[in-house]
Design a binder for this molecule. Structure first.
Ligand code: SF4
Ligand code: SF4
Length: 123
């Protein structure tokens, strides 16, 4: 199963994971036009090789190692990771729409700092 980026990335988006990913499957990168407006970054599920390098690199613990391990409050973002594609405006809009729905539906999480959000995932 591919790795999944979740909501602590929203408001962080520092690209630390991009820098360590050996297969360049996390997008948008800072040099891609979608980066400026992206709410968060996404892992391409077909390209991720499950190496795990991105998990300790993330300063806010946003990345889970499978859909199964992704907490219940974050399940909606699995689909966002699945459909996001740089260069495909429709896919980008769909994924960002799912993220916006997540933000709208989890005001309690979004009121926290990204790090506190990650700590609250399992509660
Ligand atoms: S698990 Fe490895 S291949 Fe997959 S997104 Fe993370 S760094 Fe990239
Ligand atoms: S390292 Fe974490 S917060 Fe930074 S861009 Fe990657 S997933 Fe988002």
């Amino acid at each position: 199963m591919p790795f999944i980026i979740t909501d602590p990335c929203i408001g962080t988006k520092d690209s630390a994971c991009v820098d360590v990913c050996p297969v360049d499957c996390i997008h948008p990168r800072k040099d891609e036009p979608e980066f400026a407006t992206a709410a968060m970054l996404y892992i391409h599920p077909d390209e991720c090789i499950d190496c795990g390098a991105c998990v300790p690199a993330c300063p806010v613990s946003a990345i889970y190692d499978s859909a199964e391990a992704t907490p219940a409050t974050q399940k909606g973002l699995i689909e966002a990771n699945r459909i996001y594609r740089v260069g495909d405006a429709d896919a980008v809009a769909q994924a960002e729409g799912l993220v916006q729905a997540h933000v709208d539906g989890h005001a309690e999480l979004m009121a926290m700092t990204p790090s506190d959000r990650a700590a609250a995932h399992g509660k």
